[in-house]
Design a protein around this ligand. Structure first.
Ligand code: VGL
Ligand code: ZN
Length: 252
């Protein structure tokens, strides 16, 4: 099952703070997926490659330290914009997990991990070079043979959580991701990265809602709560998201 035409690879939050041993919100086994994801950048014929980055201001409301509470405790929030829940017509509240400080803007924790970053930024530079030279010539065909490469940041607004790389959890603010993919005519998205039960999952759910044919490559992802893997898989399936492994890509 090789990838279909018009496919994008979305590498979710492969950032220092999500990686053992020293990341502030390290996801168990996260280092194991770095090299295979880096290899995947070039082993398939992607039309687009996206790397997302969680990118919080240091006073972000999801940080336990900003509420004097313990990390991984939960807190109820009413959004300051007084969002009305369409089902109950009441002002919506959400229960939010409070995290350790992580992926703070302009800190090393928010950077993409080195091995992956090298491969990713190299492809981005190559694309820039080719697209600038092909726009000055009449031969635009060259441009279509290499993938569009973009970085998408999320979580930078202080008063809301973004697990999905498409939008915040209130659905009020949308990143540029959908526009990028639409511009390149993408219909299939393949997700890898961290974490399987938070940002990968929620990006995948947004993807299916936006009508992308959405696939998660499970062995190239790791969970914050690995003991709940079966429950997490069930949520993927309920949302019509296909779960595959790297091996499946190599089969005919
Ligand atoms: C994530 C918790 C908080 C993730 C981001 O990337 O899965 N998890 N922020
Ligand atoms: Zn975060």
């Amino acid at each position: 099952m090789p990838i279909k035409p018009k496919s994008a690879l979305i590498v979710v939050d492969l950032q220092n703070d999500f990686l053992p041993p020293s990341g502030s919100l390290a996801v168990q086994g996260g280092r194991e997926i770095i090299q295979p994801i880096t290899d995947l950048l070039v082993s398939e014929d992607w039309d687009a490659i996206v790397a997302t980055r969680d990118f919080h201001p240091k006073d972000h409301f999801s940080f336990a330290s900003n509420w004097d509470q313990a990390p991984f405790s939960s807190k109820q929030f009413t959004h300051p914009l007084q969002v009305i829940d369409p089902n109950t017509q009441k002002v919506g509240t959400k229960t939010q997990i409070l995290w350790p400080d992580h992926c703070v803007q302009e800190t090393e924790g928010s950077e993409l991990t080195d091995t992956f970053a090298n491969g990713f930024y190299e492809m981005m530079a190559k694309e820039k070079k080719i697209s600038s030279s092909s726009s000055s010539s009449s031969n635009s065909g060259i441009r279509d043979t290499i993938p569009m490469v973009v970085e998408v940041k999320k979580g930078y607004l202080v008063d809301r959580e973004y697990y999905s790389a498409f939008e915040d959890t209130w659905g009020l603010h949308h990143t540029e991701l959908h526009n990028f993919l639409t511009k390149r005519g993408i219909v299939n998205i393949y997700l890898v990265g961290l974490a399987y039960d938070f940002c990968v999952l929620n990006t995948a759910i947004s993807g299916t809602k936006l009508n992308y044919n959405t696939v998660v490559i499970k062995d190239l992802s790791r969970s914050v709560y690995p003991d709940k893997l079966e429950e997490t898989d069930a949520v993927y399936r309920e949302n019509g998201i296909q779960i595959i492994t790297c091996e499946d890509l190599k089969k005919n």
